[in-house]
Design a protein around this ligand. Structure first.
Ligand SMILES: Nc1ncnc2c1ncn2[C@@H]1O[C@H](COP(=O)(O)OP(=O)(O)O)[C@@H](O)[C@H]1O
Ligand SMILES: [Mg+2]
Length: 436
């Protein structure tokens, strides 16, 4: 601990500084004594009483001076020791490990928590190199790193801002830490103090939570994809199988109608009704199929399907919907799961506009940027409040956020200056070789 606090001389000077009257009196006494001694030197041989008085005065003044000075030194020493003991007990009671190294990176301070964390006794730690507390792969860079910090002149900072730092216990076990470093120069020597915390438990909990989140996201992605596949399958059946059969029926009906006796108006009317019903069935099958899954998405791609979605929305809701695509070709090569997710997000957002916003207009914009796609859906309606997003039973936006997080992207909800709602989806496009 000997490196901290002012030294004895400073403390003594300070003690005298606090009692100017005493210093003045002592100076006056010394000056008077000096005068007496000069007189005694000149006249001492003529008068014995003068000589002896001066000698007695010398002894008294010099003696009490020595007494006073040594008292001051002793009390300063005592205060330094008391300060050091207090500081040491504070350092030892800290929950975090604290260790100080000198310029050669030899340990000069090692608190109790450091003993526990590293499994090294203080006597063993003091004087040894800081490197023994670092996993070997970090040793080379570390020394230069600390010296670099010394040159910055910054007094303190957090270590390893973004990455996890690792330290080494005496038993060879590595453990993650959170640490800060500070520096101080004393008597021309530089000391570095590292305060660190073992975050093994927290990191384990963090890692477990993250793994669990990933699993849940994976699971929800599988569920969404399975549903999507099922819908696609039914949509195809409806469109292809049922569509073909209905078309065949229509042709047969036309053939029959052509052969009906011309004079039987009732039969002809019934045939006409049947044709009308058949037409309705064909469009119902088409509509149900398209609602389940726009086969256009698989056959023509996202750009076309999104255009169709916007037109269909405008037709059904009566709200004009403008689509802007900066680089439609960027949307063509997307993996199927991603283009489906984007399509469903636009669909959900437009449904929200129709159901909740009271908007007069909607804009949908697609742009390709920095190896990703950005989609914005904006309306001029009443806007989304913070409370809206907390509705327990509302899963549309939450589902979208999760879905894009799964793809490594994000969903942002904001309000344009003139009011309304703006959803911005940003999602990276996976590289060609990573696509499933
Ligand atoms: N475009 C919008 N304009 C205004 N409010 C919206 C808009 N979109 C969503 N909201 C609000 O956010 C809530 C959550 O939306 P969402 O997650 O899609 O669930 P749901 O549509 O099933 O309610 C909605 O209930 C609504 O109050
Ligand atoms: Mg919704």
């Amino acid at each position: 601990m000997g490196e901290s606090g002012p030294d004895i001389l400073t403390l003594v000077k300070r003690a005298y500084g606090r009692h100017p009257a005493l210093v003045a009196a002592s100076t006056a006494a010394l000056l008077a004594l000096l005068g007496l001694n000069v007189v005694a030197l000149l006249r001492g041989l003529e008068s014995a009483w003068l000589l002896s008085t001066v000698m007695v005065a010398d002894v008294i003044v010099i003696g009490s001076g020595i007494f006073g000075a040594s008292r001051a030194v002793m009390s300063a020493t005592y205060r330094i020791e008391a300060n050091e003991a207090r500081l040491a007990s504070i350092v030892d009671s800290a929950m975090d490990a604290i260790l100080t190294v000198d310029e050669e990176q030899k340990v000069v301070l090692f608190n109790l928590a450091a003993e526990t964390v590293f499994g090294v006794r203080r006597e063993d730690a003091l004087g040894s190199s800081l490197e023994r507390f670092l996993p070997s792969r970090f040793r080379t860079g570390h020394r230069a790193h600390i010296q670099g910090f010394g040159r910055t002149g910054v007094t303190g900072r957090r270590m390893g801002d973004a990455t996890t730092l690792w330290a080494l216990r005496a038993n060879g076990e590595e453990f993650p830490i959170e640490a800060s470093i500070s520096q101080a120069v004393e008597d021309g020597r530089r000391f570095y103090t590292v305060i660190l915390r073992d975050i093994t438990l927290r990191k384990r909990a963090d890692d477990a939570l993250r793994a669990q989140q990933r699993e849940l996201r994976e699971l929800s992605a599988r569920v969404v994809e399975a549903r999507e596949e099922e819908k696609t399958h039914i949509a195809r059946e409806l469109h292809d199988e049922l569509g073909q059969m209905l078309t065949a029926l229509k042709m047969d009906l036309a053939w029959l109608a052509g052969r009906l006796p011309a004079e039987d108006a009732e039969v002809a009317a019934r045939a006409g009704e049947m044709r009308g019903l058949l037409e309705d069935t064909v469009s119902a099958a088409r509509r149900i199929s398209a609602d389940l899954r726009p086969l256009m998405l698989d056959d023509l791609g996202l750009a076309e399907a999104a255009q169709w979605l916007a037109q269909d929305f405008a037709k059904r809701s009566g709200i004009p919907c403008e689509v802007r695509m900066v680089e439609p070709e960027a949307l063509q090569g997307l993996p199927k799961t991603l283009s489906t997710a984007i399509y469903r997000a636009v669909q959900e957002s437009l449904t929200n506009v129709a159901r909740h916003s009271g908007a007069k207009r909607v804009w949908v914009a697609f742009a390709a940027e920095n190896g990703g796609v950005q989609i914005e859906i904006e309306d001029d309606g009443r806007g989304i409040g913070a409370e809206d997003l907390k509705k327990a039973r509302s899963l549309g936006l939450k589902g979208m956020r999760e879905r894009f997080a799964y793809f490594g992207g994000s969903l942002e909800i904001s309000s344009p200056a003139r009011g309304g709602t703006r959803l911005r989806i940003q999602v990276p496009v996976p590289r060609e070789d990573a696509r499933g």
